[in-house]
Design a binder for this molecule. Structure first.
Ligand SMILES: [Zn+2]
Length: 125
């Protein structure tokens, strides 16, 4: 909500422009939120656990990091062809398989439609 740095980039496979709103790393706002959460939970649980709850900072931190990575990766994945650059870097075969299954599950994908019209026009010629 506080971030307005929307970045434009293109899918490496189908060249569809996509907007990236999430960054991979946490911002200062997130650290402030984590600190606030820690302070509140420490305050609430102080009669029970005293200062032990202060360690929950790391739990919240881990949770925030995980959510951010998930959001970032979900956004990174192309909505038109299902291409995932993270997997492409890790294992090309997995990335290719993901695109295949994505296209199988989404026959209405603009990418597939473009291909179909191409092949049908080739057939008529
Ligand atoms: Zn794509």
């Amino acid at each position: 909500m506080f971030q307005s740095n929307v970045r434009e980039c293109y899918c490496a496979l189908c060249r569809t422009p996509k907007k990236m709103t999430f960054t991979r790393h946490l911002s200062l706002i997130h650290y402030l939120q984590i600190t606030l959460l820690t302070v509140v939970s420490t305050w609430l649980l102080f009669p029970l656990l005293e200062w032990k709850t202060a360690g929950s900072f790391f739990l919240y931190w881990a949770g925030f990091e995980l959510t951010r990575k998930l959001l970032y990766r979900r956004e990174l994945k192309c909505k038109v062809c299902g291409f995932d650059p993270t997997w492409y870097r890790r294992d090309v075969r997995v990335a290719r398989k993901q695109v295949e299954t994505f296209l199988k599950e989404n026959p209405d994908s603009p990418l597939l439609r473009a291909k179909k019209t191409q092949t049908s026009s080739e057939m008529t010629h």
